[in-house]
Design a protein around this ligand. Structure first.
Ligand SMILES: [Zn+2]
Ligand SMILES: [Zn+2]
Length: 143
């Protein structure tokens, strides 16, 4: 995938099979993935430490971002617009039924105005509800 190769070059990272596969898996997923889900979707069985380190590395470079849910449940998603990472205020949607976490790229949220002397490092807004897929397949009473 050209997209992945150029992303690694841009971030000065060597093109290792593990890196490529993590990125490919995250890019092709429409939901954010937990470390376990990620490893299950990958074709090779990389050891946990390698996957973990690669994820930390990607996080620090802004290639991916994480979403922390309750109970130490962390999901990872590719950062689509890594150029303006610090201004990225997109919202996450957590489905109560399938537990899927989606990045809502739509500009539905404006950056909050903070009181004087408060500065935000990041935003972590999670909307809980029922996703599109579960709306279609589920019964309407559950929403
Ligand atoms: Zn769902
Ligand atoms: Zn996201």
């Amino acid at each position: 995938m050209k997209e992945i190769a150029s992303l690694l070059v841009k971030k000065n990272l060597a093109k290792t099979p593990c890196r490529v596969e993590i990125l490919r898996t995250l890019i092709s997923s429409d939901t954010a993935l937990s470390e376990q889900e990620l490893r299950q979707k990958m074709t090779h069985d990389y050891d946990r430490t390698t996957v973990y380190r690669t994820l930390r590395n990607f996080l620090s470079l802004g290639i991916i971002h994480s979403v922390a849910l309750e109970g130490n449940d962390v999901r990872y998603a590719i950062t689509r617009n890594s150029e303006c990472n610090s201004e990225d205020v997109h919202v996450h949607f957590h489905c109560n039924k399938c537990t899927g976490v989606y990045c809502l790229e739509a500009d539905i949220f404006t950056k909050p105005v903070l009181p004087d002397r408060f500065s935000a490092a990041n935003f972590d807004l999670i909307i809980n509800g029922v996703c599109e897929k579960c709306h279609i397949s589920g019964n309407p009473h559950d929403s």
